[in-house]
Design a protein around this ligand. Structure first.
Ligand SMILES: Cc1cc2nc3c(=O)[nH]c(=O)nc-3n(C[C@H](O)[C@H](O)[C@H](O)COP(=O)(O)OP(=O)(O)OC[C@H]3O[C@@H](n4cnc5c(N)ncnc54)[C@H](O)[C@@H]3O)c2cc1C
Length: 465
């Protein structure tokens, strides 16, 4: 392939560009925010100041495409953790820890900046600052892109770049439907689930509180309709000796008042939250509102232009409470690699890519929307078999509170390392039934502390998958 053009240079676009650099002579990223470092004020990524959790499944893919990235991030301040250092609470009760669970705590600009450095460090990748205005089509295929160079966004004139493959990585507000319709193509189906979520993030100075703890997550049962839902919370130690705290609430008005935020942190179920609320606040209060989760479905379209694929949030954008976005983007990049290596023709629609990526989207969408549908204010669409699935997931959730093996399998799926089918396999069904029977017979036992070894070493030595 001579040239590939990637629209958007955030996580999904950067991951796709890395993959494409193995297949195209020239890879061009067209990014409206330009070349600057992934600073915290980047308007094209308004969620950049919110806490971004890197799920293990996504980290493994990032490591696959950028060997040594995890070690580099840790050496420069990211905080590795595992087992006992990661505390999950449900309705204020701590779940049994999973020794194998690992994660790294960092801020999103730090991660994106390092990935960007690695991608732009490749000889055949360059970034053109500009605002994409539309696609070029020619004889049944996408042929490139029309864009306004940065600084001339208001001018009528646009520049063009031709390409053999165009990748839409412009995020959840992608204008793909308009671009396709304008050229007479049928747009993909767009599904939305209204969630009405408000995210609020701030940083606190870390002192000597909570020794040995690096990540805390608190989830709560859905409140009955008409009563306030308890905030969900996540705290992660990030570079620079800070705690990053995010609270998520449903159907609440925006509130950037520092005193109110600290109070909400203190009231979040799970003992560590009160300790963190006592630390000194070290940033402004940043809010983000998300009206819906949304996904596009490409397979099943009668016609679609060849030479066009879609990655990241432009494909599917989920409730961020589940932390799936960057990992999905990384997995999409690996799907793109598998498609390009399969030898499928580029002058035909990239169904082979869309089929692979939809496996990732289905898995992530299924997990996150199941949680959302349990909220009384979320009114569908309900998937087939919803009643039975939600009944089973509730039982699985109860078993995962005290059974480390059930919790390990649940986390492997939630962290996008395993397909959700492992949760319905016979051995998991049996483990859930056995645990529930035992739980009924005796009062719950507080979780044991598990041994962890050196997590930094374990993360550093993760083999590229
Ligand atoms: C509040 C919140 C919290 C989140 N928390 C997590 C988390 O904990 N873990 C996680 O994995 N994910 C999380 N996500 C999701 C994550 O932010 C995204 O999945 C991730 O950024 C990958 O998205 P993307 O690259 O597809 O799109 P984006 O990050 O939205 O980037 C789109 C890019 O395209 C550019 N662009 C847009 N339009 C144009 C155009 N016309 N021309 C040129 N350039 C254009 C933008 O400038 C931007 O750089 C969260 C999301 C939100 C909203």
């Amino acid at each position: 392939m001579q040239r590939a053009v990637v629209l958007g240079g955030s996580i999904a676009g950067l991951m796709a560009a890395r993959v494409l650099s193995d297949h195209a002579d020239d890879v061009v990223i067209v990014e409206r925010d330009g070349l600057g470092p992934a600073d915290t004020g980047r308007p094209g990524v308004p969620q950049i100041k919110q806490l971004h959790v890197v799920l293990e499944g996504g980290r493994l893919q990032m490591e696959r495409w950028f060997p040594g990235l995890t070690a580099e991030l840790i050496a420069d301040g990211a905080v590795p953790s595992d087992g006992d250092a990661i505390e999950h609470y449900f309705d204020g009760v701590r779940k049994v820890p999973v020794a194998e669970e690992t994660t790294i705590g960092l801020t999103r600009p730090f991660l994106e900046g390092r990935i960007r450095d690695r991608v732009l460090g490749r000889d055949n990748v360059r970034l053109v600052p500009g605002l994409v205005r539309g696609l070029l089509f020619e004889r049944g295929r996408a042929r490139g892109v029309r864009f306004a160079p940065r600084g001339a966004e208001d001018a009528k004139e646009t520049e063009t770049l031709t390409a053999d493959l165009v990748v839409d990585a412009t995020g959840r507000s992608s204008r793909l439907e308009h671009w396709l319709r304008d050229a007479g193509w049928q747009p993909p189906r767009l599904d939305r689930m209204r969630i009405d979520l408000r995210y609020t993030t701030a940083l606190f100075r870390r002192g000597d509180e909570l020794p040995g703890v690096a990540v805390v997550q608190s989830l709560s049962s859905p409140a009955p309709a008409g009563t306030p839902q308890q905030d969900f919370g996540v705290v992660a130690e990030v570079e620079g000796g800070r705690w990053m705290v995010v609270l998520s609430a449903y159907g609440q008005p925006p509130n950037r008042d520092a005193a109110t935020f600290v109070e909400r942190v203190r009231d979040t179920p799970g003992a560590p939250f009160a300790e963190i609320a006592a630390c000194s606040l070290d940033s402004d209060i940043e809010t983000y509102q998300m009206a819906d989760s949304r996904r596009r479905t490409f397979t099943g379209l009668g016609r679609f232009p060849a030479g066009l694929v879609v990655v990241g949030d432009a494909f599917a954008s989920f409730n961020p409470v589940y932390g799936q976005g960057m990992s999905s983007a990384a997995l999409h990049a690996s799907c793109l690699s598998a498609f390009l290596r399969s030898g499928e023709r580029l002058d035909e629609p990239a169904w082979g890519y869309f089929r692979r990526a939809e496996v990732v989207v289905d898995a992530a969408w299924g997990l996150s929307t199941l949680g959302d549908l349990a909220m009384p204010h979320v009114t569908g669409p309900y998937p087939r078999g919803y009643r039975f699935t939600s009944w089973y997931v509730e039982k699985l959730g109860i078993a995962s509170m005290t059974d480390a093996e059930v919790n390990r399998r649940y986390l492997a799926v939630a962290h996008m390392r395993e397909h959700p089918r492992v949760l319905t396999g016979p051995s998991t069904l049996w483990a859930v039934a056995r645990t529930l029977r035992a739980t009924r017979r005796r009062a719950p036992v507080p979780p044991q502390r598990s041994g962890s070894g050196s997590v930094a070493n374990r993360l550093r030595s993760t083999p590229a998958s």
